[in-house]
Design a protein around this ligand. Structure first.
Ligand SMILES: Cc1cc2nc3c(=O)[nH]c(=O)nc-3n(C[C@H](O)[C@H](O)[C@H](O)COP(=O)(O)O)c2cc1C
Length: 201
């Protein structure tokens, strides 16, 4: 009986996990609540279990919230000037630091000299880590969106994130509570897989 109950509990958990994987979506609108330190820790733990050739953990995360947002704003404003952005993009850069209660900067810390793991594999690992963070945030009831754009290459932003010469800022992950009371928004249904798969048997 105990075994059956444990089995049924596992099946239910699997269904919940699959439902999130199948219907996850991004959202650019956020409420005011940021994940707690414990919830952020859960996200980072998920990131650190991303597939990682050579166990290089080729990434670093910069968690920005509260008064840290003014530094982010300064970095993005500097990037808008540095890259001569038009008014529309400069305004977007300015809005970003007030769009969500938390932003996590993701830096791919690339070892360009690695004889075994090329740079592209390290960047993919950092991308997987970012996606794992998104899912862990969703699983804890938070909305996310992954933003990049030219401003991730801004000199002041790179300096602030502690980038070395060959590193690459691959994204700014906006995270926060859902705007609506109903919880995070999910896609209505899973994607149709037709046309994306071929099988060799
Ligand atoms: C590396 C990367 C960079 C992205 N940069 C941007 C961006 O700068 N602006 C943007 O609107 N969406 C960007 N996206 C896409 C969004 O994160 C999101 O996936 C997209 O809006 C589609 O929504 P969905 O995740 O619900 O399918 C980026 C995605 C990735 C993987």
């Amino acid at each position: 009986m105990l075994f059956l109950m444990q089995f049924l509990h596992k099946v239910q958990q699997t269904m919940e996990i699959l439902d999130l994987l199948h219907r996850r979506r991004s959202n650019k609108k956020f409420g005011e609540i940021a994940p707690s330190a414990e919830q952020v820790e859960n996200m980072i733990k998920a990131a650190l279990r991303a597939p990682d050739h050579g166990k290089m953990k080729p990434y670093h995360f910069v968690v920005i919230e509260k008064s840290g947002m003014s530094k982010l704003r300064e970095c993005l404003a500097a990037a808008a000037v540095e890259f001569n952005m038009d008014e529309k993009n400069a305004a977007k850069a300015d809005k970003l630091s007030s769009q969500a209660p938390m932003v996590i900067g993701i830096v791919a810390k690339i070892d360009h000299e690695s004889p075994k793991v090329p740079a592209w594999e390290q960047i993919v690992s950092a991308g997987c880590a970012t996606y794992a963070m998104q899912l862990a945030a969703n699983a804890q009831g938070f909305e996310t969106v992954w933003i990049s754009k030219k401003w991730v290459d801004g000199t002041l932003l790179r300096e602030t994130f502690g980038c070395r010469v060959g590193d690459k800022v691959i994204g700014l992950l906006l995270v926060g509570s859902p705007k609506e009371d109903e919880g995070i928004s999910l896609a209505r249904e899973a994607e149709a897989t037709e046309g994306f798969v071929s099988v060799i048997r």
